[in-house]
Structures are given as structure tokens and as C-alpha cells.
Write a protein that binds this ligand. Sequence first.
Ligand SMILES: [Zn+2]
Length: 172
Amino acid sequence: MSRICGKDTKPEEIVCKYLFSKGFRYRKNDKRLPGKPDIVLPKYKTVVFVNGCFWHKHEDCKYFVWPKSNPEFWKDKIERTVERDKEKIAELIASGWHVFVIWECQLKPVVRETTLQGLCKEIKCLYTVKDLHAEYQSSMGVIEWQGWLMKELPDDLQCSLSLDEKVEKERE
Ligand SMILES: [Zn+2]
């Protein structure tokens, strides 16, 4: 698969560099966690997978196309990867991790800044509301980027809310 940012910059490195520049500290490819997540942010109990659109079958993405030659082989291989991804993510969520999936296409130069800004904002947002809503963690599903909106977050926890206001309300 072609790399998106010159020869040496892997997609996960783009994300790492950005997070680092914003003051986040992380571990890479932590083998102790299910699925060996690309990026682990222990302080935020958050992991980030940076998935190639082809290998991980990004649905409805123009970068995912079934290969014409050897279709049986590819179908088997890719479907197995997708199954494994699902299992690992479920395991992570079950043990209380927040799971973000960023797709390679969301790191294309024209959308990269939006994706990464959104990611940082959402990680911090999760952290801020975490203590207020204990049940929220366990009910949370996978967070996939849809632009910069999170489709899995309950409405009342959308980051567009003023968090300070929310905190105030909880204290009353
Ligand atoms: Zn994609």
C-alpha cells in the first residue's frame, strides 16, 4: 500500500507527532494490550488505532477496493483482519479503555488537521467528563471519525457542550 506522506512517514507517526506536539505522552505498539494498539495514552486510558483503509476494510471508502486477482484469498485475509479488529476492540472496551480508530484516508493532507484537532479535543473531553459519568465508560462503543463528530457519544456528552457548565450543573 502506498504511504500517504512521503516515504518515511507512516500514518501512525503523523498521529504520534501531532499528539506529542500538543503535550500528549504515549506508548507505541503496546504488546500488553489486546490488538497491540498503535498508540496508547495511559493518562487518558485511551488507545488509538491507525488503520490502513485497505487492510482493515474501511467501508464506503474510496481507498478500499476488493482486488480483482485472487479474490478468495483477499476476502479471507481481510475478513479475518476485520474480525480480529472487532474482537480486540471489544476486549479493550470491556476493560475500560476508550478506543479511537483513525483511518488512513482521514490523514490525507486536506483533512489531516481537522482529524487530528478533533482527536485531541475528544481525548481531553472524555477525560474531563469521565468522573462525572461512571456509566458512560462502560456503555461506550468504538469511536470512529465522521468528520469530527463522534457518533457513539450520547447527546448530552457531546463535546460541543460547555464542560464547565456541565460540571457546575453536576455539583448543584
Ligand atoms: Zn478510508
